[in-house]
Design a protein around this ligand. Structure first.
Ligand SMILES: Cc1ncc(COP(=O)(O)O)c(C=O)c1O
Length: 507
């Protein structure tokens, strides 16, 4: 072999993870499966075009390559692992390549890639953010995806002229991305302006479309107010009858109790996938199966679950499912209801017939694009092991607190059947809001409400049978995409320091 034909010996991967400059062409080294012979090949692409060309790129690599081996930029060459197949290269192509690693970011996987996103500008100077169940910061990649639809592509997606074309395609792509996150077909996705609106469309839509004079709804005690208040409104305004199922000490519904509650007039059962305060995961497939056996529809509010755990509407067996943008790194004001083919609903907004006639009004393309981009990032992250990373951090935080305050830290909600990011604990002798007041270094929640200086305990925890005193002790600590081991160490230190001061003042 002539020396100039010899493969270049690449430099050692620089520390800090894989990066490339925006105007650089990077190369994916792989083996092409061609007539049963695996030939080495190099597939180049421009980072600047990666976002637009990602689909094409992924398809091309998918068609051709058997085993991607390495990815190379001007800074060096990084090995890919055997499991780094098409999906992962797509992930690289759609954003990771454009990021610089955080200064000092560690290569947790030992593969030279930066799995953590760059620090979020919104979190840079504030307290440690542990309130991801309240809302999530908008991912800069999501903001970048939606921006052209605020600046350049202003057309109405329904317009027949060229200005409508790009918004129309973007809307279709966003629908497909959201659908892919939950294992659904794009036609089933109805964009709404909030999770509350998606829940209303499901509940009111099913009740008004059923034609019963006295429709019966079943829900459960720890649902979000978006569901519980909609049920009350349907009782008040539309003659519906509502059964609210109790939960056990961990916040879980007994499927047997659901079967007992179902009757001939039952139109719809609505049970959330994951609770916003405790992270409790309800047994949705079993509840949905029992509901269908009675011929009723099943709605699942997956606001907290979507993007945090894998969800599949077919596996769950649901008819309607709510997904919320601001819980998964998209902006507030965008959500979606998935509606199974064949389910009849009364529209929530009447007018020009957009969103299959269920939610009229000119579509907000930019926000739909944001939800689509967020869904794609979430899907990639789920397949890249994010839930295990978050769970490990959460459990580290729990262990720190339990070690420092032996016998005084009690978990609220299930230990195992729980969202990987959620830790709801009570600390003996303290009240949650007092601990948080004494711990300004963290931003977290309690679940209790404060009216004119009086704190009322969380309805979720009281529904789980906790007495008001214990429920007022709750701290909800929820982690997310930008949570780090450093955050966990800081939060544990700050909380443990806050407890004696608070407990002392309560004696
Ligand atoms: C479980 C659940 N459902 C519904 C909602 C309502 O979503 P939105 O704030 O978009 O109306 C939330 C938000 O906190 C939630 O946690």
């Amino acid at each position: 072999m002539k020396s100039d034909q010899r493969p270049r010996v690449p430099p050692d991967p620089p520390t800090g993870g894989f990066t490339a400059r925006r105007h650089e062409t990077v190369r994916i080294h792989c083996r092409l499966a061609c007539e049963d012979v695996a030939r080495p090949a190099v597939l180049p692409f421009k980072v600047a075009e990666a976002a637009d060309r990602s689909r094409e790129l992924v398809e091309r690599i998918g068609e051709l390559s058997e085993a991607p081996e390495a990815v190379e930029s001007r800074r060096g060459r990084w090995p890919l692992r055997p499991q780094d197949t098409v999906r992962r290269i797509g992930r690289l192509a759609t954003g990771v390549l454009q990021r610089r690693p955080a200064r000092g970011a560690r290569d947790r996987w030992g593969d030279g890639m930066t799995h953590l996103p760059a620090p979020h500008p919104g979190l840079a100077d504030g307290p440690v953010y542990l309130d991801y169940n309240a809302t999530t910061p908008v991912d800069p990649r999501v903001a970048a995806a939606m921006l052209p639809h605020l600046t350049r592509f202003f057309g109405n997606p329904s317009s027949g002229h060229p200005y409508g074309a790009r918004p129309r395609t973007a809307l279709a792509q966003a629908r497909a991305q959201v659908a892919a996150l939950i294992g659904a077909r794009p036609e089933g996705i109805v964009f709404t302006a909030s999770g509350s609106e998606a829940d209303l469309l499901a509940l009111r839509g099913a009740v008004l479309a059923c034609g019963n004079r006295r429709p019966h709804l079943v829900t459960q005690a720890t649902e979000h107010p978006a569901v519980l208040a909609s049920c009350r409104a349907l009782e008040r305004l539309h003659g519906a009858r509502v059964t609210v199922l109790p939960v056990d000490g961990e916040g879980l519904v007994d499927p047997g109790a659901l079967s007992d509650a179902l009757g001939p007039d039952t139109v719809l059962v609505s049970v959330m996938a994951a609770n916003n305060e405790t992270g409790a995961l309800q047994p949705i497939p079993e509840l949905a199966a029992r509901t269908h056996a009675h011929g009723a529809l099943f709605h699942c509010d997956a606001a907290q679950a979507a993007g945090r755990i894998p969800l599949d509407v077919i596996g769950l067996g649901v008819d309607l499912l709510t997904v919320v943008g601001h819980k998964m790194y998209a902006p507030k004001g965008i959500a979606a209801l998935w509606v199974r083919d064949g389910v009849r609903l009364e529209p929530v907004v009447y007018g020009g017939g957009q969103e299959r006639g269920l939610r009229s009004g000119t579509e907000n393309t930019a926000l739909a694009v944001a939800l689509g981009a967020a869904a794609q990032l979430a899907a990639d992250e789920l397949s890249d092991g994010a839930p295990s990373r978050i769970r490990a951090l959460r459990d580290e935080l729990h262990a720190h607190l339990a070690d420092a305050l032996p016998g005084r830290v009690h978990l609220n909600g299930p230990d195992l059947r729980r969202l990987p990011n959620t830790l709801n604990v009570g600390i003996d002798g303290t009240r949650g809001h007092e601990v948080l007041r004494a711990a300004p270094g963290i931003a977290a929640a309690t679940g209790s409400a404060c009216h004119s200086g009086t704190h009322t305990p969380s309805p979720v925890l009281t529904a789980m049978g906790q007495d008001p005193d214990r429920a007022l002790g709750a701290l909800r600590l929820t982690l997310g995409r930008w949570s780090t081991a450093q955050d966990v160490a800081t939060a544990a230190r700050v909380l443990v320091r806050a407890v004696p001061a608070v407990a002392g003042s309560r004696r």
